[in-house]
Design a protein around this ligand. Structure first.
Ligand SMILES: [Zn+2]
Length: 411
């Protein structure tokens, strides 16, 4: 990957290490994901602790500016890039004869950790695709350090001259926490705000919550923070800017939520909704909603899953015939796979890549003779789609598809 995956107006995932220092003793270590370090006269609180291999770097950066003990580690949520650098921080405390930091999280986080451990091979597989991680690098954490204290809705922790107000909100996860420090007018939001269209409706992951995400951002706006430390990307300073950044994202989420609810009420089914929802220019051109990670289409998918079951309105799809059977019948009618391939090539030439892929799938599902030609054409179309795709997740799905097909072609 490039040094910075800078696809929108701001780098979302930065591989450039940078520590932001603020005058009041708040610091933010910007790595792939961000780590907030809150220094007080009594000790330090860390909010989010990154990926497993971030731990040593967190300790190194922290010890550049303070020898005080880390008293709290707060998990903003239980994702792999936010709650796994813990071991090195505990080790640092042991070496320094400091008390063991207390780990605090929302009460749903332990259940998430249980699920991850139960389904490790699955999470390895989907995260490898989502982030395009090479085969020789582990794609998911294996060492789980559970919280010492969990809370439900809200928890207030006095620390030296400041107060850490922890708030729960469902958003990207059901265990999400944002932290407000009133004395510093600072908010640490983890992935509730990340310089991208919110990652609601990730194609691989469990349910996420668009409306509650918007509500959390509105609660944050009401506090008028003057510093916002996001889960990824650069910090935001100035209450007006933060207001605009949060309200744009909240309005966009509400806009999509309202549309899906309206269209479901009107009797529309998934396919029609997915092809007809509106994403106004105001959002499409906003630097706060760039579809570089999450995507409005994914958000609509999540809303459909949240408000509706999986039936798509067509009884043919209730107990469908296998794709191979359908494809064989279509190929027979079309006069063979070669004719379908020809049609797919025409579609590709006309730039109708999505149509071309569907046509190719008939050839691939129903014919073994022209498999290699069809696979090669599919690779060439996926390459074109990947090249122009801005969403990291969508692009990696295309690239993952290309890798899979290439393996098949080598066999
Ligand atoms: Zn994250």
């Amino acid at each position: 990957m490039n040094e910075e995956t800078s696809l929108g107006s701001m780098p979302l995932f930065s591989w450039t290490e940078k520590t932001h220092h603020f005058e009041d003793g708040t610091h933010m270590l910007q790595l792939f994901s961000n780590i907030c370090m809150v220094e007080t006269s009594e000790g330090v609180a860390l909010f989010d602790v990154g990926l497993p291999f971030h731990g040593d770097q967190i300790v190194k950066e922290l010890r550049e500016f303070t020898d005080n003990p880390v008293l709290y580690i707060i998990y903003g949520h239980g994702h792999a890039d936010h709650a796994f650098g813990t071991e090195a921080i505990l080790e640092d405390a042991r070496e320094r004869n400091h008390p063991r930091p207390k780990i605090v999280a929302h009460k749903n986080l332990p259940r998430r950790f249980d699920r991850y451990q139960r389904m490790l091979p699955y999470h390895e597989r989907i995260n490898r695709i989502q982030f395009g991680i090479p085969e020789n690098i582990p794609a998911f954490p294996w060492n789980y350090i559970y919280p010492d204290e969990v809370f439900d809705d809200r928890l207030v922790i006095p620390l030296g001259e400041i107060t850490l107000e922890l708030h729960h909100a469902r958003g990207e996860t059901d265990d999400h926490v944002w932290m407000w420090i009133p004395e510093r007018k600072t908010v640490c939001v983890s992935d509730l705000w990340v310089w991208s269209c919110p990652n609601v409706g990730n194609p691989f992951k469990v349910q996420r919550y668009a409306l509650e995400w918007a509500e959390a951002l509105e609660e944050i706006i009401a506090l008028s923070p003057s510093l916002m430390l996001p889960g990824h990307g650069s910090p935001l300073e100035g209450s007006e800017k933060i207001h605009e950044a949060c309200s744009t994202v909240a309005r966009a989420l509400r806009h999509l939520d309202d549309q899906v609810v309206d269209m479901l009420n009107q009797g529309m089914w998934q396919e029609e909704i997915l092809h007809s929802f509106q994403w106004p220019e105001e959002f499409a051109s906003s630097p706060y909603l760039a579809p570089i990670y999450g995507h409005p289409y994914f958000v609509v998918q999540a809303l459909l899953r949240q408000y509706h079951g999986w039936y798509d309105g067509n009884p043919s799809h209730l107990f469908p015939a296998p794709s191979a059977e359908i494809a064989s019948a279509v190929l027979e009618l079309a006069g063979g796979a070669q004719r379908i391939l020809k049609k797919a090539m025409e579609a590709e030439k006309n730039g109708e890549y999505k149509l071309a892929l569907h046509l190719l799938d008939f050839a691939l599902d129903g014919d073994t003779q022209h498999r290699e030609d069809a696979l090669r054409l599919k690779v060439s179309i996926l390459e074109k789609l990947a090249e122009k795709e801005r969403s990291l997740i969508a692009r990696n799905i295309y690239l993952g598809g290309i890798r899979e097909i290439s393996k098949q072609l080598e066999q």
